[in-house]
Design a protein around this ligand. Structure first.
Ligand code: MN
Length: 204
């Protein structure tokens, strides 16, 4: 199985002014493409592996040959996390959490604002490179999490619902060291329709 860069559903400039076109283009065509290429390169060395899909690869890192575990963790993670990230952003204005998701956010975090501040804290508190997440944990409960590097919640049996890339490559051109401003602006492009549907798929 050869992995490929997924098609973006919006133009590089669609998320302006919150995420600038140049950052989007470099992030997608260079950074994301490199994870895809390096994932394929690592898997090429083990043609005997039967790869079903990206998710199963990430869920079963420990069963991979040890010489490619790290490369697959980093690059399958990089491929999955970025594909997911593009999908939870949109140029559509006015998407919002469904009633069901909003109720769950309130019951878990106290209020929508409390959820946002906990997520922001996770994104600000990630030292170095990584991601902030809204996930469903093993017990199907909402939680905020952060992962280092390209580590993916799927490898810890968690279901991602929302992700924010806090690697410097995601914001440096426009925001330089101002990660807080990037995070604050990013809320304007969250695709709540997508988050709602991921939440409904998993919670019945
Ligand atoms: Mn990135």
């Amino acid at each position: 199985m050869i992995f490929t860069l997924p098609k973006l559903s919006y133009a590089f400039n669609a998320l302006e002014p919150y995420i600038d076109a140049q950052t989007m283009e470099i992030h997608y065509t260079k950074h994301h493409q490199t994870y895809v290429n390096n994932l394929n390169k690592a898997l090429e060395t083990h043609p005997e592996l039967e790869i079903i899909d990206l998710k199963s690869l990430l869920a079963n890192l420990n069963s991979l040959p040890s010489d490619i575990q790290t490369a697959v963790k980093n690059n399958a993670g990089g491929h999955y996390n970025h594909s997911f990230f593009w999908d939870v952003m949109t140029e559509e204005k006015n998407t919002k959490p469904s009633e069901k998701l909003n109720a769950a956010l309130i019951s878990t975090f106290g209020s929508f604002e409390d959820f946002k501040s906990e997520f922001t804290k996770a994104a600000m508190g990630r030292f170095g490179s990584g991601w902030a997440w809204l996930i469903l944990d093993e017990k199907q409960k909402l939680a905020v999490a952060s992962t280092a590097n390209q580590d993916c919640p799927i490898s810890e049996e968690k279901t991602p619902l929302l992700a924010l890339d806090v690697w410097e490559h995601a914001y440096y051109l426009k925001y330089q060291n101002r990660r807080n401003e990037y995070i604050e602006n990013w809320w304007n492009v969250v695709n709540w329709d997508k988050v709602n549907s991921l939440f409904s798929e998993d919670i019945n």
